[in-house]
Design a protein around this ligand. Structure first.
Ligand code: BES
Ligand code: ZN
Ligand code: ZN
Length: 503
């Protein structure tokens, strides 16, 4: 991560070898005359010679002699405002990330960046500082621990100075909180990117305990091992883990930001550290990225680390059922029937639909022990959702309009967008079973695998307002967005943090 400092000086007052200006088509002329005056060059002509229009991710670069030094100037586009109202903050995120990558490629240790005006985006200075910082720090993430060739390792920019002429203190507060949120996102990405034999359920639980130990006053952790999971009657989690040599865990982290009797928000994340499909084994190609099947768990754990620092005045509990899904002589077989923590039973016809089995126990436990005011679960649950929405929107399922709206708004603010799919009763018949309460796969006539999976989960949330987010498409290998890379996105951390901080 880079160190970001905020300055109230003009960019050119800082001695640097690289200056960055972010411009929208509407702001080009005003910014340019300032910039030109400061640099003593005709910037407008330079940019028009390069056909610079201010489109998102367009970067024009030139060198000028400033006070006897040759300095680089980068102008990056922010995109046009829709109907001349306000600029889209996502354009700024992407521009910043593209700029960061470009400059890192030059092996420059620092650069100076001029903030665009916060009012252009309809944001407060605090929000702009937060969003700019998150984009820069996310762009700096690279999982290169296992690359030994020096020239393929990530090159980092050490120091970034952001110049901001108004509301400096508020902007700076945004930078500080943005740094914390980005650390959470990048931490989740790191866990997800780790190879599955290094990041097993006990390992991920240990990483969570490490974080809790850093914040003993804010966080409390409970970890149940496989024996305890069995004894508690969590037949879903136990049945998925049965085929593996490695033990499962049920991890619970509590954050206390309000009175003890204040009902918490429960966040629940699917934590399959590797999904082979079990006896209903996946084809090789589909298994290649299945180390990402704990992305929901990574998101909820990392979010708790963020909350411990940002300290919202609300109680939150995170639950992450952690297991490996592998075939073996002990593995659950298609046709087996499992009994969950809330007493319901399910026929397991496909052992590759394992996420809903482990979530069923975690959701039941949250309802019974925490009396939550809302439950949000995140899971790389179905290929069907990834196919329906692709990599840019997570699937949203639920019936509580107030909670749904909160989450949609948080998604639009923070850049992790969601798209609602129907939870209509007509789909309920898909998971009827002749031999158990429900079946873990939907009948083929109903198709809609993402929706029928959500209906399965609904059996375990009682009357609590609940939203399920299917992140199968958004958790890993998202193309074209420059603050991501091939690999984990850390989706969920920004969304949950935004939701909880603005509850
Ligand atoms: N972990 C997968 C879903 C997944 C697919 C995540 C692609 C990320 C990318 C899940 O456990 C699974 O295998 N689901 C099955 C369900 C089916 C058997 C009903 C699927 O989607 O094919
Ligand atoms: Zn599966
Ligand atoms: Zn899975």
């Amino acid at each position: 991560m880079a160190t970001i400092v905020v300055s109230s000086k003009f960019p050119i007052e800082h001695a640097s070898s690289c200056y960055v200006f972010l411009l929208s088509p509407d702001s080009i002329s005003s910014v340019l005359s300032d910039l030109g005056n400061q640099l003593g060059v005709d910037v407008a002509t330079m940019l028009s010679q390069h056909d610079f229009t201010g489109k998102v991710r367009q970067i024009v670069e030139f060198a000028v002699l400033h006070k006897g030094r040759l300095v680089r100037v980068l102008c990056a586009g922010l995109g046009a405002s829709k109907e001349k109202k306000k600029l889209d903050i996502e354009g700024l995120r992407r521009s910043l990330a593209a700029v960061y990558r470009k400059i890192a490629g030059y092996k420059i240790e620092s650069f100076v960046l001029c903030t665009p005006d916060h009012t252009l985006f309809g944001l407060s200075p605090y929000e702009l500082g937060t969003q700019m910082t998150i984009a820069l720090e996310m762009a700096a993430y690279h999982f290169d621990e296992f690359i030994t060739e020096a020239d393929r390792k990530a090159i980092h920019v050490e120091d970034i100075t952001i110049c901001c002429q108004t509301d400096v203190a508020e902007f700076e507060r945004g930078v500080q909180d943005g740094t914390v949120i980005a650390q959470g996102v990048n931490r989740a990405r790191y866990w997800i990117d780790l190879p599955p034999s290094l990041l097993t359920p006990p390992h991920l639980a240990d990483k969570a305990i490490e974080i809790v130990n850093q914040h003993p006053n804010e966080l409390k952790v409970t970890v149940f091992n496989e024996d305890e999971v069995n004894k508690m009657g969590m037949g879903g989690l136990a049945s998925v883990s049965r085929g593996s040599e490695v033990e499962c865990r049920l991890l619970i982290i509590e954050y206390r930001g309000a009175q003890d009797n204040s009902q918490p928000i429960a966040i629940v994340g699917k934590g399959i550290t590797f999904d082979s499909g079990g006896l209903s084994i996946k084809p090789a190609l589909s298994m290649e990225t299945m180390k990402d099947d704990m992305s929901g768990a990574a998101a909820v754990i990392a979010t708790m680390g963020v909350l411990a620092i940002l300290k919202p005045r609300i109680n939150v509990v995170a639950l992450a059922p952690l297991a490996e899904n592998l075939p073996s002589g002990k593995a659950t077989k298609p046709g087996d029937i499992v009994r969950f923590y809330n007493g319901k039973t399910a026929e397991v016809l496909n052992t590759d639909a394992e996420g809903r089995l482990i979530l069923a126990d975690a959701l039941s436990y949250a309802v019974q022990h925490y009396n939550p005011q809302a439950i949000i679960d995140l899971a790389t649950l179905t290929g069907a959702c990834a196919h329906a929405l692709g990599p840019f929107f997570s699937g949203l399922f639920g019936e509580d309009e107030a909670l749904i709206n909160r989450i949609k708004q948080a998604g639009n603010r923070c850049g992790e967008r969601v798209w609602q799919l129907p939870m209509d009763d007509d789909y309920k018949g898909a998971i009827r079973s002749p031999v158990a309460d429900i079946c873990n796969i939907g009948k083929s006539a109903y198709k809609a695998g993402a929706i029928t999976a959500a209906h399965f989960l609904q059996h375990f949330v009682g009357d609590v307002p609940w939203v399920h987010l299917d992140i199968a498409g958004t958790a890993f290998d998202v193309p074209d967005i420059p603050y991501y890379r091939p690999g984990a996105t850390g989706v969920g951390v920004r969304l949950l943090t935004d939701l909880i901080m603005n509850w």
